[in-house]
Design a protein around this ligand. Structure first.
Ligand SMILES: [Zn+2]
Length: 308
């Protein structure tokens, strides 16, 4: 009996040279499980990789890369296919990857042809602003030999947008003017300054951390002392838009520094005990002036200061 390993097809073959053995027949053409093709999916510009669960912090603004991490034998190649998880062309999470197929040890694509979002009109009484539902896709990698024959089993992975990816997608889907922040810009630190919908992720600038503490301390140490607190800082686009829709009743300020964690609102109270009015606003404003640019927002219930 002779045992041979064919490197082309990774097939274990028994060749019986003597009397026939039942074992040889049973083991004929058994694929070696150790030769499974493997790859990972990441965003090169963001240094962000898929998690073991298949979550990735991508948005439709990103170039996404699939990279083989097993050795591709000489003369062999890998064929890639990208399929959206949502296969209904009219759906808000359907897309056609561009390109949606290719050949090579690595493969880059982006998410083209997403329909616009929000694809509805938000109203105070009806549907409010919402984030686009999670995007997802399946990557299928197939190893082929020089003659184009499929070798082994294709490997498929389903990748889903993480919560941070969904948050970044808001900056793509809504007409914000400051661009799409990087994965590394977001932090779970300073949750007391995160007034958005994603408790684990916010944009909190060092300026905001300093101004928030400074204005509260300075006002408390003033003559006479006044007590204030932070009523808002970071807001994600959807949360911000709903504040304008449901509370401010004015068109959304898509250029707001709150979207980037570079603005802080401080509560105004009836500091001088004659009713809350512009005098109270001005008592607090003079402290905020020392930290940035105070922008009147047409109300006296808070002082808005932003990074200069
Ligand atoms: Zn504000």
């Amino acid at each position: 009996m002779q045992l041979s390993l064919n490197p082309g097809s990774y097939t274990l073959v028994f060749q019986s040279t003597g009397p026939a053995f039942g074992l040889a027949t049973l083991l004929d053409n058994v694929s070696l499980p150790s030769q499974v093709l493997d790859f990972y999916v990441y965003i090169p510009s963001q240094f962000a990789n898929e998690t073991p669960d298949g979550d990735l912090s991508f948005c439709s603004d990103d170039l996404i890369r699939c990279q083989v991490i097993t050795t591709v034998p000489a003369g062999y190649s890998v064929i890639w296919m990208i399929d959206p998880s949502d296969t209904s062309p009219s759906s808000e999470t359907y897309f056609v990857a561009s390109p949606n197929s290719g050949v090579g040890s690595s493969f880059d694509f982006n998410l083209a042809s997403l329909i616009g979002w929000p694809n509805y009109a938000p109203t105070e009484a009806g549907r409010h602003y919402e984030p686009r539902p999670l995007l997802g896709f399946t990557v299928t990698a197939t190893l082929v030999d020089g003659a184009g024959n499929i070798v082994g089993n294709p490997r498929a992975k389903t990748i889903q947008q993480s919560d941070l990816g969904q948050l970044r997608q808001e900056y793509v889907d809504f007409p914000v003017t400051g661009g799409v922040p990087d994965v590394s810009d977001f932090t779970g630190a300073h949750p007391e300054l995160n007034f958005g919908d994603y408790p684990n992720w916010g944009l909190v600038t060092g300026w905001a951390v300093n101004a928030a503490a400074g204005v509260v301390a300075d006002a408390g140490g003033g003559v006479p002392p006044i007590t204030t607190s932070v009523s808002s800082c970071y807001r994600n686009p959807v949360h911000h838009a709903n504040v304008y829709l449901l509370e401010v009743h004015k068109p959304v300020k898509w250029g707001s520094q709150h979207l980037y964690g570079a603005a802080v609102d401080f509560r105004v109270s009836d500091f001088n005990a004659d009713g809350k009015d512009h005098k109270d606003y001005n008592l607090l404003k003079r402290f905020a002036d020392n930290y940035g640019k105070v922008v009147p927002e047409g109300v006296v219930n808070h002082v808005h200061v932003q990074q200069k």
